[in-house]
Design a binder for this molecule. Sequence first.
Ligand code: S3P
Length: 430
Amino acid sequence: MKVYIKRGKGFKGEICIPADKSISHRAAIIGSLASGLTQIRNFNTAADCSATLSCLQKIGVEVKENKENEVILKGKDLFGFREPEDILDAQNSGTTARLLLGLLSGQRFFSVVNGDSSLQKRPMKRVVDPLRKMGAQIEGRNDGCNLPLAVKGQNLKGIKFRLPLPSAQLKSAVILAGLLSEGKTEIEEPVPSRDHTERMLHYLEAEIEKENEVIRIQGRKEFKAQKIIIPGDFSSACYFIAAALLVEDSEVVLPDTGVNPTRIGFLKAVKRMGGNIHVHERKVICNEPLATLSVSTSELKGVEIKAEEIPALIDEIPLVALLATQAKGITEVHGASELRVKESDRIRAIVVNFQRMEIDIEEKEDGFIIEGPQRLRGAFVESFGDHRIAMAMAVAGLVAEGITEVKDFDCCGISFPNFYSLLTRWQNNG
Ligand code: S3P
């Protein structure tokens, strides 16, 4: 499916964004490991988290999707899963594949994890290496670099492991394996990445602690299920933060949005750029901070994003590029080479699409440089099958002159199925 976006008109009002994707994956996986029933409220039912639920069902987890966005599942007390009869299909979801590899490594059965053609290209060795050190038996193409991967569950042992890159998926895979291991697992995290796994396990009173840069997990300790309420997804909110900042006469309120400090690098960058964005009505639910965000149209200036800031805005960099085209001065993004191994090569996708919109952008191996403000021209752009590129380019269409056509737009369904209907609020009023 393709969509056509015309230049937007100011929108004033409230926007309700979907539940956090990262936290929904974790609620399902960690709830499955717990003892007792987990009721998850405001679960993200888009394609990625649905893939996680169906993989869990294949290893014996009873899942009930009750009323809208409510999931109830019965925990397996760490080791009560069963051997799947078929491959576990993570589809497009890196979080599903990598976190499940941690869980499956410590079970007593054989399983195979696969994914779609995008996920089959993404690096898995980063997860396979530490899991093998814990005793996991994982085999696959290129010595376990790529899906499909076959896992023969083993009796794992805790390790000391220093994270070679700030990846929450890698960290979480090792934490989950640590829960199943004999003894203690220690993970040293020199650069922080999103900490939803640690927060949720702490909320459930599992044996996990963090001291300075070290996360410690005591293995084979059961923990009890509890009700989990998922906040709104900050990454999904960012598309409408960008739309509100850039389209004249906009004023948007985003209630109950997750504002975990490891996720809000985009908010900090926007403030440095001069964006009007206010955070209020703060609260904490299930050990995750939430707030209401109010954003209005702003004059922006260029900003430098350094390598150490990247993990906290890794999924928002396509939007940083869009803001940069409209901001006065130079915006530089460095240290973001991880973007090349996301659902698409996001640096390439940003450069190709913005060049089609007549933007002068300098591509770097690990980022890009844009000097603004520049005129965005409506053009034919592509999602490259990547939900974050599709949504960022649709917002770019609101700012561009003329019509923007976004090819392969359906991939929004990975995280945000009703994205387009919310975006049309900038098209229809007035
Ligand atoms: C995620 C972690 C990040 C992020 C991805 C979701 C998670 O990936 O880009 O969209 O849920 O843990 P990495 O951990 O590979 O950096």
